[in-house]
Design a protein around this ligand. Structure first.
Ligand code: ADP
Ligand code: ZN
Ligand code: ZN
Length: 680
């Protein structure tokens, strides 16, 4: 047994064999440096073998097996193997992605003296682990905590409750129970910006616990150290964004996925995994509970948390009954839910996009010294700059998209590829100097509000004004200090921040999502508006949400007025069932990009032909151009694959991938497969 089979970060679905005369069983899961091509690479040893398919004299010898940290446990390797299989991604790409960059490169961070990299013994909970003044749980919270504590083995629970209903408090109690048993807990959150805030709250609750954060914004060494702390068992709580689902945790007893519906749990490039779905698989593998929390669960999750139809006679629209639903029906602190009002803008002449009702609401908050937020999910000044006489519009040279006008710094920017140019003084086609901005973004709204309310302090919060974590923290501090009166912001503001002075939220420009081509757009809009509305109001200052729309009777808005997620979810699921969309089917998307659309579509057509003999119980649609056809000068097409059976889809994809790797491709063409795609 002197051959090691190594997973290397190479886009080929296979392992690589090397001679390693001194290798032992205990080296499985260790990093290893090997010669590759003309250079060298670091990978992970997956197996030992007595013989290779290649003759031994053709095999190269490993440079070094890195024994300076504990081997990655078999559970971790199995997790990576699952992802490789499920997402049809080479194992070496998965293991490489799952390791922090520093460890991936074969290095180790410098550790403090006492932090040997031996496996640590769990520390017994000390008296300091209990914090005296815990709030008395509400009955629904108590029931949820008990339900989680009562789970033995694998189970998925959905904790459904609006912002402020006390979900985090439930998580903290569940984590406390895990720590008391000497276990480790993993908590995933969607946004890097939210981890410091949550870390503060967790640290305050568990002052003696070893807490580790994991997100892509961290410095290399800190991330590697956190990984080693988790692997050695020293870390008791890991908090992180989607990539934290790959933290090795030898005593993991509980996984929590907060805001489980959030699209950022799905990675959109490389390994296109859903951290929520991987978390559920991992909990299953380890036979532990996983808690998904949300005010607006994804429809997939909600469907699993609904009882089966046959359990409720006369109810044709049952779910799968696979998850346990835990409801937190009211806010934990004495806060009323905000009053949601729909502003019908069909017959009104708006002032720079704002209705009289919204303007009056802003004025009233100003007089009372309270804060308002105008929510518009489009940054920049205007989505396009145009020359009306000749028809010129600002287009990106590299993408099939308009350049967005950013007046603040006099630039035209492509929000897809990052291309930018100076705002032209005159039309490049006809020389006309009266170029007009069309449509409205946050900058334009800000300008208008400053003019309209000269006495107000207007603050814009979007990815331009909060381009670094530091700027973002500074903006939050300004809001908390009450040094802003009117906030203009994108969805950045919607997530997980409490603004005690905020009593009015106005939503403008939301209608576009009602009729978007993407069938998930209404689900996202509902979640966004619920979330942004949830920011307003407190005990003595009830909040108000004004939604401007030309479709005041739309069921989505009506459900918002009633704060009725369940009604919205049921009606959406009804539509999805009829249309055969997820969760009533399972999908994968093959995408190709090339210099010409003909090349992309031809590749996809060949891929479709190659599937003909394999496609059992699977539907392949026609190759079509993607909605954003051209990105970074590449022409993009897509081919949707669908099945009512996940196993059938998986079996098909595995066989299809072999064919795809063998297909002839024109130079420059690239393709990838996206399993359970979120974007269309
Ligand atoms: P969510 O995570 O659902 O938004 P939180 O757990 O953050 O809700 O609770 C919202 C607020 O209410 C927090 O300030 C929290 O400390 C407080 N809180 C939670 N549960 C209780 C309770 N049972 N009694 C009093 N306050 C509570
Ligand atoms: Zn572009
Ligand atoms: Zn012109």
């Amino acid at each position: 047994m002197d051959i090691v089979r190594v997973a290397l970060d190479v886009p080929l679905p296979r392992l690589f064999d090397y001679l390693a005369p001194d290798s032992a069983e205990s080296d499985i899961g260790r990093r290893v440096t090997v010669p590759f091509g003309t250079g060298s690479r670091t990978g992970v040893i997956i197996e030992l073998a007595a013989a290779s398919e290649q003759p031994n004299d053709k095999l190269k010898i490993v440079t070094a097996i890195l024994r300076d940290m504990p081997a990655l446990p078999s559970e971790w390797l199995a997790l990576c193997e699952f992802c490789a299989r499920y997402y049809q991604t080479p194992l070496g790409e998965v293991t490489s992605f799952a390791l922090p960059p520093m460890l991936r490169r074969g290095k180790l961070p410098r550790m403090k003296k006492q932090e040997s990299t031996e496996i640590a013994v769990p520390s017994a909970p000390s008296a300091r682990d209990t914090v005296p003044a815990l709030p008395q749980l509400l009955a629904a919270q108590q029931a949820a905590v008990e339900a989680i504590a009562g789970i033995e083995g694998f189970h998925t629970l959905l904790l459904h409750g609006v912002t402020g209903s006390g979900k985090t408090e439930v998580y903290l109690r569940a984590i406390a129970a895990v720590l008391a048993r000497g276990g480790q807990a993993l908590m995933l959150v969607p946004e890097i910006a939210l981890t410091p805030q949550l870390e503060g709250r967790v640290a305050a609750r568990f002052p003696a616990a070893h807490i580790v954060c994991a997100n892509s914004g961290m410095a290399d060494a800190a991330r590697a150290r956190g990984f080693l702390d988790a692997l050695s068992g020293r870390a008791q709580i890991v908090l992180g964004t989607r990539l934290a689902v790959f933290m090795p945790l030898p005593r993991l007893q509980l996984i929590i996925v907060d805001e489980e519906h959030d699209a950022s749990f799905k990675q959109q490039d490389g390994l296109r995994y859903s951290a929520r779905d991987v978390a559920i698989w991992r909990a299953h593998q380890l036979n532990i509970p996983v808690v998904l929390g949300s005010a607006t669960p994804s429809l997939e999750t909600f469907h699993h948390a609904q009882p089966k139809a046959d359990a409720r006679p006369g109810q044709p629209d049952g779910g799968t009954g696979r998850y346990q639903l835990l409801e937190l029906p009211e806010r934990a602190v004495a806060e009323a839910m905000p009053v949601v009002r729909i502003i019908d803008t069909r017959r009104e002449k708006l002032q720079e996009g704002l209705s009289a009702a919204l303007l009056a609401g802003l004025q009233l908050r100003l007089e009372r010294g309270e804060q308002s937020l105008v929510f518009l999910n489009r940054r920049g000044y205007a989505p396009v700059l145009a020359c009306p006489p000749c028809g010129w519009i600002s287009r990106c040279q590299r993408c099939a998209a308009n350049l967005v006008l950013h007046l603040a710094d006099q630039r035209l920017r492509c929000h897809h590829c990052g291309f930018e140019a100076r705002v032209p003084r005159a039309c490049p086609d006809c020389g006309n100097v009266d170029l007009l901005p069309f449509g409205r973004g946050t900058q334009r709204l800000e300008t208008m509000l400053v003019e309209r309310f000269p006495e107000a302090r207007v603050l814009r919060i979007d990815r331009d004004s909060a381009s670094t974590p530091k700027k973002w923290q500074a903006l939050l501090a300004t809001i908390h200090a009450g040094e802003a009166d009117i906030l203009v912001g994108t969805q950045m503001l919607a997530k997980g921040h409490d603004f005690p002075l905020l009593t009015l939220v106005g939503a403008v420009g939301a209608d576009a999502a009602l009729f978007a081509a993407d069938f998930r757009a209404p689900e996202r809009l509902f979640a966004q508006l619920m979330q942004v509305g949830g920011r307003s109001g407190r005990a003595d200052l009830p909040g108000e949400v004004l939604i401007q729309t030309e479709y005041p009777d739309h069921p989505l808005y009506q459900a918002l007025v009633e704060h009725d997620y369940v009604r919205f979810a049921r009606s959406q699921l009804g539509e999805r069932r009829i249309a055969g969309f997820p969760p009533f089917s399972f999908q994968a998307m093959l995408r190709a990009e090339a210099r010409t659309m003909e090349q992309s579509l031809a590749f996809l057509a060949a891929a479709r032909n190659a599937a003909a003999a394999l496609a059992d119980g699977v539907t392949l649609y026609d190759p079509v151009p993607m909605r954003l056809q051209r990105l970074m000068t590449l022409e993009r097409g897509q081919l949707l694959v669908e099945s009512v059976s996940r196993p059938a889809l998986q079996a098909f994809l595995a066989k299809w991938m072999d064919k795809l790797y063998a297909l002839k491709m024109p130079g420059g063409l690239r393709w990838h497969l996206d399993v359970d795609p979120l974007e269309f």
